[in-house]
Design a protein around this ligand. Structure first.
Ligand code: PFF
Length: 467
């Protein structure tokens, strides 16, 4: 179904939307705690490699798919080869599952934003405050509901103007606040150990599963293998350099993650906390830094969590939009109906994810609570496999001349990089991802999760052709 496509008013509009999708909880909430769990500096290096060698190449591939087909993910694959439709379908299922827990964390950020002004910083122990919030029944559910509803209202209206304006102000604010936190953290006594932890690679800390964790984190953080970048680039003009845009967006995304690391680890060590604290890291460390700032602390804390919440919002909106645009384009549903239907289904999954942090902690699937299960199956399996399949599709199914013309805009730019990219996408990335995924999967305890993930992909591959 081909419609008239709008295009991005300006290059900066596209870069901001794509960076808005990329920069989110993945950078500030997820990256530091995953780095903490995987030993620090060495993990950072592996993550750096995956971002620039694999992430930029896969992002360029998605841009080519989107811009050349002028369709969103499922359509882009279907229009080129029906038997590959399942890769596009996987790119709708994955965002749906991520939206089964992302709003829970978005809700925590919202809660912390409000609580910053109502005495959060007065509590003596930030670890206790955080655990108290997330392990509750109703409170986290209500925050999650408000957060998810904000997404749905924006996407149902299809007007993102307001949120674009908010993020143009709040993203730079987040950047400035991170710098303030970094400076504050580095002046705390004992913070040097945190800097060493983050920047000095200690490869003895690296496990085989760390490679898969870094790969999954890179895809997650760059919003890859989920149709988002394919869809966004379907509105992109012919004169834009695709690899250049991919490089700019990835650099921005990596920088924010690194800054989050620099903001958290020195302070964390100064406060005597463990880097393996898990998903609560940012919520335990940042308010404590603001506590040290006296009277202005609550205001800074409020602004920080507001900015984090908006960063999260621009990411989760893109996830919801993928599901909604699938229902609209491929199932002929009307926008409002598609939005509320998807959001309701996501809400149900989010209830389970939220309660898995407290009252339903004992309800597990293959040893994991709902939130951890969704995180593991998407991040460790669907993203890695999806990313590899996108590379294989682009490298092996599309014509080399066509790719050259897309990559270089008919020989006008980045010509020298084409062969490097082409060989990476065609040979290196599929093999690398396969090795990393297999060794990671084998070394992870939750074999059941892995088997489930692979079975789901196989089932999709068999049945999607009929879609
Ligand atoms: N990249 C986002 C983040 O780092 O928080 C999360 C995300 C958004 C993942 C959109 C995937 C996606 F399609």
């Amino acid at each position: 179904m081909k419609k008239e496509r709008e295009s991005w008013g300006s290059r900066i509009g596209f870069v901001l939307a794509a960076a808005g999708s990329a920069i989110g909880l993945g950078n500030i909430w997820r990256f530091p705690y995953i780095t903490g769990e995987n030993g620090g500096g060495a993990f950072l290096l592996i993550y750096l490699f995956f971002t620039f060698a694999v992430g930029v190449s896969v992002m360029t591939s998605e841009f080519i798919l989107g811009r050349s087909s002028k369709l969103s993910s499922v359509g882009a694959f279907k229009s080129k080869d029906r038997s590959w439709t399942f890769v596009g379908v996987l790119g709708v299922l994955t965002p749906f599952l991520i939206m089964g827990y992302y709003p829970v964390i978005g809700g925590w950020s919202l809660a912390y934003m409000v609580k910053s002004l109502t005495g959060l910083l007065k509590s003596p122990d930030m670890v206790d405050s955080f655990v108290g919030l997330i392990s509750g029944t109703w409170e986290p559910l209500i925050w999650m509901l408000i957060y998810l509803a904000m997404n749905a209202v924006i996407i149902a209206r299809g007007v993102n103007k307001g949120i674009e304006k908010a993020s143009v102000v709040l993203m730079p604010t987040l950047f400035v606040l991170l710098i303030i936190i970094i400076i504050k953290g580095l002046t705390l006594p004992g913070s040097g150990a945190g800097l060493t932890f983050l920047l000095k690679p200690d490869f003895s800390q690296v496990r085989p599963s760390s490679f898969l964790a870094a790969l999954g984190q890179a895809f997650f953080s760059l919003s890859l293998a989920m149709g988002v970048m394919t869809t966004y680039s379907s509105y992109l003009g012919e004169e834009e350099s695709l690899p250049k845009n991919a490089l700019i967006i990835s650099t921005m995304d990596f920088s924010i993650a690194l800054m989050a690391g620099l903001a958290l680890f020195p302070a964390l060590f100064a406060f005597g906390l463990e880097p393996t604290q898990g998903p609560g890291l940012v919520f335990m460390v940042v308010p404590r830094i603001f506590q040290e700032m006296g009277a202005v602390g609550p205001i800074f804390s409020f602004i920080f969590f507001a900015a984090l919440m908006v960063a999260a919002l621009t990411s989760s909106m893109s996830l919801l939009e993928v599901v909604v645009s699938y229902l609209m384009d491929e199932r002929g549903m009307e926008r409002r109906k598609a939005t509320w239907l998807s959001a309701t289904a996501m809400f149900v999954v989010c209830i389970m994810a939220s309660l898995s942090q407290g009252p339903l902690a004992d309800v597990t699937l293959f040893g994991l609570g709902t939130l951890d299960f969704l995180d593991t199956i998407t991040d460790k399996i669907f993203l890695a496999v999806g990313g590899a399949l996108i590379s294989i599709f682009v490298g092996w199914k599309l014509d080399k001349d066509f790719l050259y013309n897309q990559f270089t805009n008919n020989g006008k730019s980045a010509t020298g990089f084409f062969n490097i990219w082409y060989n990476l996408v065609k040979f290196v990335i599929p093999v690398l991802v396969a090795v990393v995924a297999i060794s990671g999967i084998l070394s992870i305890e939750q074999t059941g999760v892995m088997v489930t993930g692979l079975v789901v992909i196989a089932v999709l591959a068999i049945f999607s052709k009929k879609l």
